[in-house]
Design a protein. Sequence first.
Length: 362
Amino acid sequence: MSKLKFVRHPHPSPVPAAKRAELLANPGFGRVFSDHMVTIRYSEAEGWHDARIEPRGPIPMDPAAAVLHYAQEVFEGLKAYKTADGGATLFRPRENAKRFQQSAERLAMPSLPEELFVEACDLLVKTDRAWIPDGDGASLYIRPFMFANEIFLGVKPSSNYLFIVIASSVGSYFKSGADAVSVWVSQEYTRAAPGGTGAAKCGGNYAASLLAQSEATRHGCDQVVFLDAAERKWVEELGGMNVFFVFNDGSLSTPPLGGTILPGVTRSSLLTLAKDKGIKVREERYSYDEWKADAHSGKLREAFACGTAAVVTAIGTVRAPEGEFKIGNGGAGTRTEELKAALVDIQRSRAADPHKWVHKVF
Ligand SMILES: Cc1ncc(COP(=O)(O)O)c(C=O)c1O
C-alpha cells in the first residue's frame, strides 16, 4: 500500500442497473464508460498528492495547459476480468506500472510509484465492479493516463501533472469479428525512429500513426503495419499491436525491441508461454520482402497480432501498394489458436498460473 490516502466521492447518481445492463450487452470497444475515475495530482512542490476516486466527468482545463500544446502525455491499457467466484483480476498490472514509469521518463515526466499505480487501478475496479461485462471476449478495459497541466506556453517539462484512471466496458477490438484480420504495409509513413519515442506509450505516437491507419482503412485493411524508419525494410509492429510470425518448422519469431517498438506485455507473455511449451522462439529482424517470399513459399505458416486490446488475432492478408498476399489459408492457424488459448486461459483464471501473472483485485 502507498502512503497516499484516497478520498472517496461516490457518484450521486450512477447509471441505473437496467441502463447499464443494456450498455453491457454489446459494448463495442472504448465507447461505454464506468461511473467513476481516480485522479492524483503532481506538483514539483508537493509531489504526488490529492488522490481521489470521484464521479467520472469533464476535467476543467486552462487553454494554456502544456499538454494541449506540446503533447506531454503518457498512458497505459490493461484489462480487468470477472472470475467464476465473483471476484475480479488484473493481468500483470505491475508490468503496466513499470512501462508507465519508463514512458514517463522518456517524456520528461515524474515517476508514479508502482504500488500507487496498481492501487489506483484496483480501487477503480472494486468501485465499478458492476461494469465488468460477462462473456468470453468481454472485460473492463482500464486506462491510466497522465498529462502536463502547467499553465505555461514555454517549451519545457511541465511542473504540474494530473494522473487519471478511467474504465471502459469492452467486447472484442476488431469489429469484423472475423477469425483473421488484414493489414496494410505503410510505405510512406513510419511510426518511430531510433532515438525517438517509439518504446514509450505516449499519445503523440498514436497521433502520428493515424494518417497511416486511415490509409489502411481506405485500402480495406483492419490495421497498419509499420516498417523501420531507417531502411524502410524491417517489420516493426502494427498501429496498436506487436506482431509474431510462425514458421513451417514450428518456430516463432517477433521483431526485437530496440527502442522503436512498444514492449508489449502480451508480447512478453507469449514469448514466455511459447518457451514453456518448448517452442523455439526468436526475437529477430524480419523484412517485408522475406515476409512476402516466405508466405509464397509456405515457409511462413501463420502470423498474428497481439496486444491487450486485440489479445491474439491472426493476420490473414497482407496488402501493400504493389499487391497483396495471403498467409496460410488466410484464416487463423493452429499455433496462433494454441498460444491464444494458453494466454486467455491464464488471464481468465481457467488454467494454472505458473508465473504468477494474475493479480487478484478482490
Ligand atoms: C503500438 C503498440 N504496440 C504494441 C501494443 C501491445 O502492448 P500490450 O501487449 O502491452 O497491450 C500496443 C498496445 O498497448 C500498442 O499500442
